[in-house]
Design a protein. Sequence first.
Length: 266
Amino acid sequence: MKYIEPHAHMVSRTTDDYEKLALAGCQAVCEPAFWAGFDRSSAQGFHDYFRQLTEYEPQRAAKFGIKHFSWLCINPKEADDLGFAREVMSLIPEFLKAPNVLGIGEIGLNKNTRNELTIFEEHVQIALDHQLPVLIHTPHLEDKLKGTRLILDSLANFPQLNRSQVIIDHVEEHTVSHVLDAGYWAGMTLYPHSKCSLDRAIDILEVHGSERLWMNSACDWGISDPLAVPKCALRMKARGHDPAAIEKIIHQNPVDFLSQSPRFVI
Ligand SMILES: [Zn+2]
């Protein structure tokens, strides 16, 4: 099996996890900037985090023959204080020069507040200014549909945005059509207890097809499974999907989307 892990928070994972990914056939892992399990106390904390994402994590992945790519932003969970968020965002242009940075992400909404939306839109503008792809986080559970609608309404205010360069992640049964019908890419996150189970993700594929869709483990500091993508591939096989269909969703689709950044070379 050969696959891409398009969304993982490897700073929270062990070296053993890198070995497991390599053994399962992972060629590249992409790490969006996100909450680290605690609120950082200063913009300097984000400076160190961005160095981790652009300098240290690629070296750790390389020891297992895996390419490591990053996305940068201040995540919505820590973006409700406008002054603080803008201080962190002022650091981003310097780090966009790093050779493993693909774009801006994972931006989005957490509690769907007005301030989160303001910072979301300012991030989209950074992506437009630098002609970068965008990776978007949608809120959890009961806030997801409302948050997805707010995000889609907000993005519609950027007519110059190329929708094929935007992926809206953590879609579920009730949000996937909204995202795909508007012309964006959609990501399904395979979690043990929330978001999509393996079977629910495969159900979504069987209903909606596999155009502009990818799957990720979004493994982080919480309960999550870094091998969720290859496990889902095995489950697809058991449910009768042919090898070409499996290869498309776990490898070709991520390559097609991510290759819109010239930095993504595997
Ligand atoms: Zn994430």
